[in-house]
Write a protein that binds this ligand. Structure first.
Ligand code: NIG
Ligand code: FE
Length: 423
């Protein structure tokens, strides 16, 4: 599949109504009140060279000379492409039957108990070839690129066996090679206890630690390690053991925690120097206090709350406590069948009551931090990847979340290349 149009080496964008998301090179993330400001230049130009941002500034200082292309953006804005730091976008097939069961009144947990949920996806994945998984995931990647996502983290976790987990991670490794999106791979073998280990969960954890991790190390198949630390899934003690084994092969944790219950998983994540703790629909005062003395970023997934009718994570409270937040989709076939970051930004404003600027920062620079790529993505900064969104002509950035469910994006550039809207 040829996905992207030909690369141009130098492209000048002129008459940009507002160039948004400008940050100094050394800004890794934004916290507390800082999140409320988006630094921008009105009536701006932007020059990109190959895959990088080369120059930008006021139109009055616009460079002259010859460029492969000059594009007049009168009335249109630019902002950094989304950095979606939490997805499960490699999966075998949708689970619309569970969706219907939930409409009829069953809860996510009840569906999981009767063999649905993650175990359902694992069964489906077992019977799907690596080739099929790769092709389907590539289509999804291209779909989210058109929606403005320039960087994405992808988890395993629907294999739940040596073969299945490695199959997923090899698919992600292949996606990294062919896709212009920045991709980070996370090993989530500890997503659920597989049915055949129901009565000997210790054996499954041993399989993860003693058999799967060494192959991941040998084949360099993952950047991060994740555990679903939750009642009925993995305890904080088990989580601690798995994270420590991951650290031994250089995998930093990014964990699922506090989705349904607060059982001490946040503290376990922090103690293991987690880059992010994700979900956080249920938070205690202690959880918040612990996060304040860490470098771990709380990552919130509002479209999961929307789809499952769960409480929304307390974004405002976290920010009022001076913390950073990242926003991500959680794209997966069970709890969030959507990889649309624009909808996430809208929901964060509407349901979590955070300002449009805050939500946009949380989905760009802070998303970049939550996947360890702040130095190359997440803002308009000289030398960073030319990954950005060109809006339709709009008067203010707040119109992006305001028109929820509508598309305010005209074009997307990833790696300095225009994403072809027709493929
Ligand atoms: O992040 N909560 C754990 N894992 C996924 C859902 C997985 C599934 O239902 O397939 C999540 O919501
Ligand atoms: Fe998830």
């Amino acid at each position: 599949m040829q996905i992207f149009t030909d690369n141009m080496s130098k492209i000048l964008f002129t008459n940009i109504k507002q160039l948004n998301g400008i940050l100094p090179k050394d800004t890794q993330l934004l916290k507390g009140k800082e999140l409320q400001t988006i630094h921008s230049i009105s009536n701006a130009y932007l020059l990109i060279e190959d895959d990088k941002i080369a120059e930008f500034g006021k139109m009055s200082d616009c460079p002259t000379g010859t460029f492969e292309q000059t594009i007049d953006l009168k009335g249109q804005m630019i902002l950094p492409a989304w950095c979606d730091s939490h997805t499960h976008l490699v999966f075998a097939s949708p689970r619309e039957e569970e969706f219907v069961d939930r409409i009829k009144g069953l809860s996510y947990e009840e569906i999981a108990k009767k063999g649905g949920g993650i175990l359902n996806s694992a069964k489906k994945l077992e019977n799907t070839s690596e080739e099929q998984l790769f092709n389907d995931a590539l289509v999804r990647l291209y779909e989210i690129a058109r929606l403005g996502t320039g960087a994405v983290e992808i988890k395993s976790g629907y294999g739940l066996s040596l073969e299945g987990e490695l199959k997923m991670l090899r698919v992600i490794k292949r996606l990294k090679k062919v896709s212009p999106l920045i991709i980070k791979a996370t090993f989530l073998g500890a997503h659920a206890i597989p049915a055949k280990y129901k009565d000997n969960r210790e054996d499954y954890i041993n399989l993860i630690i003693n058999e799967i991790l060494p192959i991941i190390k040998k084949e360099n198949l993952a950047d991060y390690i994740d555990v679903f630390c939750e009642t009925n899934y993995f305890t904080p003690k088990e989580t601690d053991r798995i994270l420590k084994a991951g650290a031994e092969i250089g995998l930093q944790p990014k964990i699922h925690v506090n989705q349904f219950t607060s059982i001490g998983g946040i503290q376990t994540g922090i103690e293991n120097k987690a880059l992010s703790v994700d979900h956080l629909e249920i938070m205690t005062e202690d959880d918040i206090k612990n996060l304040k003395s860490s470098n771990t970023i709380p990552t919130l997934l509002p479209s999961c709350s929307f789809f499952l009718s769960l409480p929304y994570a307390p974004a405002k409270k976290l920010i009022d406590n001076g913390l950073p937040i990242a926003l991500a989709t959680d794209f997966n076939p069970g709890s969030t069948p959507s990889g649309n970051m624009n909808f996430v930004i809208s929901l964060a404003c509407i349901k979590m009551k955070i300002l449009p600027e805050t939500a946009i920062n949380a989905g760009t620079i802070n998303g970049a931090y939550a996947m360890g790529i702040s130095d190359i993505a997440g803002s308009i900064t000289k030398g960073k990847k030319a990954n950005f969104i060109i809006t339709k002509p709009i008067k203010s950035l707040a119109l992006l979340p305001y028109f929820f469910g509508h598309n305010q994006i005209d074009k997307v550039y990833i790696n300095g290349t225009l994403i072809n809207p027709n493929q």
